[in-house]
Every structure is written in structure tokens, then in C-alpha cells.
Design a protein around this ligand. Sequence first.
Ligand code: F0G
Length: 465
Amino acid sequence: MNVRTHHLRCIGCGTVIPGEEARSDFRCPLCNELYEVQYAWSEGAVTPPGTAAANLPNPNALRWLWQERKNSTAPADQSGVWRFRDLFPILNDMTRPVTLREGNTPLYELPRCAKVAGVDRLLAKHQGMNPTGSFKDTGMTAALSVAAERKYEWVACASTGNTSAAMAAYAARAGLRSVVFIPDGKIAWGKLSQSMDYGALTIQLKTDFDGCVDLLTELVKRFPIYLLNSVNPYRLEGQKTPAFEMLEQLNWQVPDHVVVPGGNLANSSALGKGFLELKHLGVIDTVPKISIIQAEGANPLYRWFIDSNRIMKPVTADTRATAIRIGNPASWRKAASVIERMGGWCEQVSEQEIALAKAEIGAEGVGCEPASAVTFAGLKKLVRLGTVKREELTVLLLTGHTLKDSQYTIDYHRGELLRPDEIAQQTPQETAQHLALQKAPLVMDPNVDAVVRLMEQRMKIGMPV
Ligand code: F0G
């Protein structure tokens, strides 16, 4: 009998199936819920006959092995995702994944942002430093490797731009054809350019992200195409590894809080799964609280969180943080379960708060795209509310690179991002904060005297006579 390393377990009714037997839309035929990948060692695992034994090394050996692989030149070892492959054996041949050497992203100190928020120490795990500039690479390397191993010729996703960029790149590396569905108009140029550059068939649908998902869900039922949206549970297996990497970078000290942006709600789910698995295996003995921050205009999880009946109602989404312009998040049940099991909060932040937070992260020399900045805007609120304490160690998950949406940044610094009615809502203090951060470029004639006069003024020093 074929020995299986993993199964898929429905998060709704608990049905366990072999990985290749999932329906093309990755929903359970019995209850329409999503699956999660389960191993013999998973908490509460039901292991059908023929499952590989749970023969994992002990926690110390795992930590040593993951560190040791950094010295290897093998592509799988150089990847900051596959280095942790012991905890996600999803391929028959785990040594030959489709990799762009993703992961290995920096954990930065944000001392000035810490001061602004009122905490002693603040860190940012910058997932925008991945090969295609977003955290999606960590999940795409995993799920696309499964597609390649299962001999699919076509892969597809609906996207607000980052998933499509990552999918197009990894598909091209593997020699697969890819098709992306993105909302017409509401996507940052950097992301749109990537899917074209990496050779995807790029289809801009005259609808929003949720409309793109609906169309693609129909398409995969009629066409032999492998769906790479985050309903695909293998994506989450790769996306759990930044949790491992962050802990390694903290010398296995578990932070008190991890703050993540919430869109389709897969990333928060994946990180939660990662932390909970490490605790279950005895690699760590506590887990952080995971808080999810949404934009006010795309806030279905926030509404669920503050609703005493905890009912999820989709919304029509609108925010300039286009990456998280999502009204009907597929993975909301998984994310809700992470909040309920690990603790943590859900907050919403306004367009003004997102713009300010993004500029503050930029002014630290780090930068990120608008959707990532919701984390810092949300943290400031959580500290004000007293839910995050000054002495507690917090890590912000910055999900995308600042160059993904340079138009947003330019508009902000030129003072053209926010509408007059939005500016009118700001307090004088907020207006002063924006003005101190805005660095619009100055257009000048190439006249040395004029430039010297300007520099004098800016440097506030006297010139020698
Ligand atoms: N931040 C960025 C930069 C994103 O691109 C996304 C999602 C999120 C946060 C939210 O993560 O969906 O797991 O809650 N972008 C998807 C895309 C939807 O198509 O690129 P999530």
C-alpha cells in the first residue's frame, strides 16, 4: 500500500480524505467547508491505514537541523520555507520543490514606531522581502510544488495582485501555464506588471476580488486547472513557516503578540496553525496572541468579532489598501478559530490611520505596502485600548514591499491621497503628524544658488561669508 505522509481534514465535519481526492474547488462535498492538512503527529489526528508513522525528531534535534540546513547549498535547504520541511511533508519528493529561495526574511527593530505606539520594543517580520515582494511566495512555493508533482499543466488564481504575482513567477519556474483573474482597475501597478512579466495569462474582470473568486470557482469545475487561491490548503502549509523563522530569529522566545492584516484571512490562519503545531510538538511552550487588523471599508471579520452572536456577514469592500479589498473572506472560520484558541483581537482602521502608519514605517527606512501598514495602525489602537501592554513584545507582520504600490506612496507625499472630507476629519495633531512626514519632491531649475538657498533653509545653518 502507498504510504501517505498527510491527509486533508475538513474543518467543518471532520471528514478525512487523501490529498489527491479533494474536489477542484477544495471544498468538502458534505458540508462545503475548507480542508486543512493533517499529519500523523497533528493534534487529534485521525490516521487512516497506510499513513506514515509520526516519527519526528525531538524538538532540540529539529531546531538544530533547521539551523544546520542554512549551511547547505541544496536549493531546498536554502529556502526559508523548505528548510522547515519536516513539519509539512506534502510532496512525495521533498528534496525537489519549486523554489525561488523564498523566506529567510528579516526581523527588524522599529524603535521610532515603538515610541509612537507607546511600547518598549516593536519588531517587524518583513515578508515583503520575499522574491516577488510579498508573503504569498511562502505559500505559493508549497502549493505550486504540489501542482507540479501532480502533473497539472495549468494553474489559476483570483487575486488582488500579490497572489497572482507569486503564482505567475512560480508557475514560470516550474514550466506550467498560469491564468490570473484580477479586479479591473483596483490593483496596484507593480503587481499587475509582475504577472505580465512572469508570463501569465492575465484577465482583468470588470468586478471586484469576490466576483473574481466566484467566476474562478465555476471555471475550475469545467476545466482541468489547479486552483491556487488560499482555499488550497497546501498554501497554508508554506505560509506557516514565517512563524517558525520568527521564533528562530528570536532565539525561540515566544512574542506576546503577532499582528497581521486580514483580507481573505488565510495568512492569520496559517501562522496560527504554525504556532499551535510547534506548541503541540513541544518546540515552544506557549503561543502568542494573534490579532487581525482590517480596513474599515473591508471589515467583515471585525464585524463578526464585535457581534455578540458571532455571525459572519459579507460586505461590499472598499479601501485604498487594495490588497485587502475583500468582502467575503474564504478562510474566515479558520481565522476565527485562531483568535478564539490563541487569544487576540480584531480591530479596524481608517484610511487616514493606514496612510499615517505607512508613512511612519517608511520613515524608519523599512517601508511596506498599504495593506501591511494596517498592522501598525491597529497596534496603536490596541495599545490605546490597553489590550496590548507597554512591556509586551509585539511583532508586526509586514506582508508586502513598498514598491508594490508606489502610486499610493507618491499620492500620499504629494498630499493627493486623501479627499478633502477625509482630511477635514483629522485632528490638528494628526494633520501636524502628516505634514511632518510628507516629503513631496520639489521641482527646481538647475540653479546652484537657488539650491543652496533651499538647503540652507532646510539645514537651518548659516553659510560662511
Ligand atoms: N497583505 C497583503 C500585501 C496581501 O496581498 C494580502 C492578500 C493580505 C495582506 C491579506 O492576507 O488574504 O491571507 O488575509 N492578498 C491576496 C491576493 C488576497 O490576492 O494577493 P489574507
